[in-house]
Unconditional design. Structure first.
Length: 256
């Protein structure tokens, strides 16, 4: 039996108990970002993800740091996840590797509890592992992530991707895939169950789009440690409003 490494961030423990609800902030302006944070601060969600690639001044590090600091103040004890999603992984803009890593380190130093690090096979393995270690040395937890907006890979490949990110040193590993039919959703659920049994770090998975919605609700069954919902604008296909997510998890016996 694999001993699962859980960890505390904000007021919750990732990898323990029911799936933790994470909601994104995707506004383009600083005022919009801070306003959304104030709205979310009073909601029963566990983690707030700032999708910095939506920010209109994401190419100015000093503005990113200032906006992040304001987010930290407004969210209180809620865990703050910093994510700059590159275009190749479904984000809003591209970023050179050096700038991408510099932003992530600035976030770790500037108040983020968690940083999302893209850790797919095409990235330099040694560099990615080194950057994960650097962020952790700053006192930040790292979620390794991999996204496939075109397909759902074979089950073995999905487990391999998650295992690869664990080997890089990530504190938790995340995989999001796009289903073409219900069989794809079932394979993602199977891969999640396998990975949860085999990996020592928390696993986070989702099958995107409306057809994959069930994957966002059944983490307590499959072992997925987090689920992503929305407050207003969603950051990925298939996210449902946070209020509905809370109610659904309670109805299924996973929350409340």
């Amino acid at each position: 039996m694999i001993m699962k490494k859980t960890f505390r961030t904000g007021t919750v423990v990732i990898g323990e108990g029911v799936p933790k609800i994470c909601v994104p902030v995707v506004a383009g302006s600083r005022d919009g970002i801070w306003k959304k944070a104030e709205e979310i601060a009073s909601l029963p969600v566990d983690i707030v993800e700032w999708r910095a690639d939506f920010y209109e001044q994401a190419d100015r590090p000093e503005e990113v740091r200032r906006t992040l600091g304001g987010l930290r103040e407004r969210l209180g004890e809620k865990a703050l996840l910093f994510t700059f999603r590159t275009k190749g992984e479904g984000g809003q803009r591209e970023a050179a590797s050096e700038y991408y890593y510099r932003l992530n380190e600035a976030a770790a130093l500037g108040g983020a509890d968690l940083v999302d690090v893209e850790a797919y096979f095409d990235r330099d393995r040694e560099r990615t592992a080194a950057e994960i270690g650097r962020l952790q040395s700053r006192g930040c937890r790292v979620i390794g992530s991999s996204h496939d907006f075109d397909r759902t890979p074979p089950t073995d490949e999905m487990v391999k991707r998650l295992r690869y990110m664990e080997a890089l040193g990530a504190d938790a590993v995340k995989l999001a895939v796009m289903p073409a039919g219900r069989e794809d959703v079932l394979r993602l659920l199977e891969a999640t169950i396998r990975a949860d049994a085999e990996l020592s770090v928390p696993v986070v998975t989702m099958s995107m789009g409306r057809i994959g919605l069930i994957s966002r609700l059944c983490g307590s069954l499959t072992g997925s440690a987090m689920t992503f919902a929305s407050v207003g604008k969603a950051s990925a296909p298939g996210q449902i409003p946070a209020e509905q997510m809370t109610e659904a998890l309670a109805l299924l016996g996973y929350g409340g």
